[in-house]
Design a protein around this ligand. Structure first.
Ligand SMILES: Nc1ncnc2c1ncn2[C@@H]1O[C@H](COP(=O)(O)OP(=O)(O)OP(=O)(O)O)[C@@H](O)[C@H]1O
Ligand SMILES: [Mg+2]
Length: 331
């Protein structure tokens, strides 16, 4: 791994991982994360998300990896002291209480002895676990374990926080709590990199996302950038579609049922819809609704994992030998 420097919090080039000589888990990944942003990595099961995280955390050895984390080459051990990590499927010592677990992690993170208790109590409170601090981990639910896991990832007051499925098994209230914590951390200037399957949740917090499909980055960027082409306005009107709609470029109409139709105006610019609305009003059309519409993260995700030629959805896992072609949504 050659030495490099970068202004990105995470700047990955040509990261490749082949397990057991045949499973192509990652194929030449290029990925950039800006300082102070929440970056979401999504992809189907087996796409390679955890492998990428483990390579960054030096848990898995890559076949090839160039790039930097917090300005230092991947694998620079001292830099990892500035990183908080919540692994996938983590296990906590079940015979300890939540407070004891956090004090243990505080010792590992070289938090001075005098403040370990206090810092652990604060983090229990942040994660809504203050009433459970003195109970044994063996009595915790999956979501509680996850909250403690997230608390330990914050123990060293990291600049970069890497979370592999942080809301796995957490109930809706807990998920909202975690979301709030992530937003607070961003306010504090921290960079957050997270893997998740919960698309609507990522949509709520992420500044930028990347979609990984069979070990390749299918697309990455801000949601705005990635959905720009699909941005449009939809006007629902009573009755059938006016004949002039189809004659104008950027306009089309769809019949919804016997009584209503939808007029679609492509683009994010609200100006063209004013003329359309004026024309519809002149014809005394009843306007039922006007709505700006754009693809959701789920639409984007489904498009990224669907082969445009066959309409097939990418199956879980990295195929040992296939040379996957890009799905045509690269940003
Ligand atoms: N230790 C390993 N040995 C062999 N193959 C592995 C190993 N770890 C992962 N793989 C394979 O590498 C590919 C990527 O796995 P990875 O766990 O990185 O995916 P993921 O995107 O995190 O999936 P999930 O959403 O299910 O967590 C899969 O095909 C998986 O079977
Ligand atoms: Mg995973």
């Amino acid at each position: 791994m050659k030495s490099q420097s970068s202004d990105y919090a995470i700047d990955l080039h040509d990261v490749r991982k082949i397990y057991r000589g045949k499973i192509h888990a990652l194929r030449d990944i290029q990925m950039q994360v800006h300082p102070g942003e929440i970056f979401g990595l999504l992809g189907p099961n087996g796409a390679g998300k955890s492998t990428l995280v483990k390579i960054m955390m030096t848990v898995v050895r890559p076949n090839r990896a160039h790039g930097t984390i917090l300005g230092k080459s991947i694998g620079h051990k001292r830099t990892l002291a500035r990183v908080g990590y919540l692994p996938e499927h983590h296990r906590l010592p079940s015979y300890l209480t939540g407070q004891q677990v956090l004090e243990f992690y505080a010792a590992l993170a070289h938090v001075p002895g005098g403040v370990r208790k206090k810092r652990s109590r604060e983090l229990l409170k942040t994660m809504g676990m203050d009433d459970w601090g003195n109970k044994k981990v063996s009595s915790y639910s999956k979501g509680m374990m996850q909250r403690i896991g997230l608390a330990q990832a914050l123990m060293n007051d990291p600049d970069l926080i890497v979370l592999d499925e942080p809301t796995d098994g957490v109930d809706p209230v807990g998920r909202r709590d975690i979301r709030d914590v992530l937003l607070e951390l961003r306010e504090m200037g921290k960079t957050i990199f997270l893997n998740s399957h919960l698309l609507s949740e990522l949509e709520m917090v992420c500044d930028r996302v990347a979609i990984l499909v069979q070990g390749e980055v299918a697309t990455q960027g801000t949601l705005d950038d990635l959905t720009r082409e699909s941005q449009r306005y939809e006007i629902i009107i009573a009755g059938t579609a006016p004949s002039w709609i189809e004659t104008k470029s950027g306009l089309r109409a769809e019949t919804l049922d016997d009584d209503r139709c939808k007029v679609i105006i492509m683009g994010a610019d609200p100006q063209p819809i004013q003329t359309v609305l004026d024309q519809l009003r002149q014809e005394n059309r009843i306007i039922l609704s006007v709505q700006p519409v754009r693809e959701t993260l789920e639409d984007l995700f489904m498009r990224a994992i669907t082969d445009p030629a066959t309409g097939e959805i990418s199956s879980p896992g990295a195929s040992p030998n296939s040379n996957r072609k890009s799905k045509g949504v690269r940003a």
